[in-house]
Design a protein around this ligand. Structure first.
Ligand code: FES
Length: 84
């Protein structure tokens, strides 16, 4: 099993999983909050439409975790990429 680094900690994933799938498989249902109201967000649509699942990947912000395949050594930062 391979690992990505999420907020500085290793997280195992299965080849073929997206970043969002790896997070959900690890028990995380929310990984950022909205700017207004600080409401929790994670996967909603799962198909790249809603932008609820935004994370920073390898320094690139605003990435949709539900669309990006997990890759060994990838660095993921949560809690960024707010919208309303
Ligand atoms: S869950 Fe909707 S864009 Fe990722």
């Amino acid at each position: 099993m391979s690992e990505i680094i999420v907020d500085g900690r290793p997280l195992a994933f299965i080849e073929g999983q997206t970043v969002a799938a790896a997070l959900v498989a690890a028990g995380r249902v929310a990984w950022r909050t909205t700017r207004i109201g600080h409401r929790p967000r994670g996967v909603f649509c799962g198909i790249g439409v809603c932008f609820d699942c935004l994370v920073t990947i390898d320094g690139a912000g605003g990435q949709r975790a539900c669309l990006v395949p997990a890759r060994a050594g990838m660095t993921v930062t949560t809690g960024e990429g707010d919208d309303e």
